[in-house]
Design a protein around this ligand. Structure first.
Ligand code: NDP
Length: 304
């Protein structure tokens, strides 16, 4: 068996076109351009490259964007000053603070300072609380992108056993919550594993759908995957590679080639979950702009 590749780049391109068309119609009708503001603290190269990709997606979709880069020595109050201004700026519909922040700046304080109406990353406790309750909210972009990828790829989720490896607040936990909801595109039986699992393979082998978000290159090996499973690799790891032009290559958390021989479908890295994350950010931002006008929800939106 060789797994079908779940092409996140291709699906994200289709979705970006949908959003671009919808944005053009929205802007023509209201005179409003959806606007996204990015705040970046420090010069982490991965963070810089993520923000650059998101800015390009904004331009493609017809959004305005602005980016503020602060030095790594900035204080919490420097950051909050921008957030306070953007919270009340009518041209800013979505606010994104690129994580991770330098250790001396509390991520919790920063996330809590973004108004939930502009929290297009879906990290604010109000949005996460609504997610748990199954209410309409901004959903965290990576797990929302994975759900969308599964749905658009025709993978049945209802009644399947999903194993999520990793329990971060931005990927693992919201992923598990989304897929366990009694809702269309969800309704799975969900298990969450993490570093305390005594025999991780015995858990991952139970998965019909295995979602891995641990940040450990090629940690999920073929013996940990059930024959015919659908495997979603969230990991983005920079692995030193003297033959690569930049001296490193990007590798996922799953040992791709051997697992491909066992899985029925799987995402590549890069080109799987990453592009879906960005397109869900675009969708959330358009949704925020719709809500700011008091008009009905964007047709592209999906209830969480
Ligand atoms: P975190 O470091 O915040 O969390 C990692 C989680 O994985 C923790 O819950 C940890 O367990 C668990 N874990 C780590 N090692 C193991 C192991 N050997 N066995 C079992 N569980 C393990 O990571 P994130 O969730 O933020 O990100 C995970 C990966 O996904 C990273 O590579 C990141 O770059 C990538 N990512 C990709 C995105 C995309 O758009 N494609 C978006 C966001 C992240 P414990 O809680 O016990 O410590």
């Amino acid at each position: 068996m060789s797994a079908t590749i779940l092409d996140g780049s291709a699906i994200a391109s289709v979705m970006k076109e949908e959003i671009r068309r919808e944005t053009a119609a929205f802007t023509a009708r209201t005179g409003i351009r959806p606007g996204l503001a990015f705040l970046l603290v420090g010069d982490n190269p991965a963070a810089l490259s993520y923000v650059a990709s998101k800015e390009r997606a904004c331009a493609h979709c017809g959004f305005s964007s602005r980016t503020v880069r602060l030095p790594a020595t900035s204080s919490l109050s420097d950051v909050l000053e921008y957030l306070d201004a953007w919270n009340i700026d009518p041209d800013v519909h979505g606010i994104l603070v690129q994580l991770p922040l330098p250790a001396h700046i509390s991520e919790e304080r920063v996330i809590n300072a973004i108004t939930p109406r502009k929290d297009v990353d879906g990290f604010h406790p109000v949005n996460l609380g609504k997610l748990v309750l199954g209410q309409e909210c901004f959903r965290p972009c990576t797990p929302a992108g994975i759900q969308e990828l599964l749905i658009r790829s025709g993978v049945e989720i209802s009644g399947r056993h999903v194993v999520v490896v990793g329990r971060s607040n931005i990927v693992g936990k919201p992923m598990a919550i989304m897929l366990m909801q009694k809702a269309a595109g969800a309704n799975a039986v969900v298990t969450v594993a993490h570093t305390a699992a005594q025999d991780l393979g015995s858990v991952t082998r139970l998965a019909d759908i295995l979602i891995v978000a641990i940040g450990k290159p090629a940690a999920i090996t073929a013996d940990m995957v059930r024959e015919g499973a659908v495997v979603i690799d969230v990991g983005i790891n920079r692995v030193p590679d003297p033959d690569a032009p930049k001296g490193y290559r990007i590798q996922g958390d799953v040992d791709f080639e051997p697992v491909r021989l066992k899985a029925s479908a799987m995402t590549p890295v890069p080109g799987g979950v990453g592009p879906m994350t960005i397109v869900m950010l675009m969708r959330n931002t358009l949704q925020a702009a719709y809500r700011a006008t008091g008009s009905n929800d964007s047709p592209a939106s999906r209830k969480g």
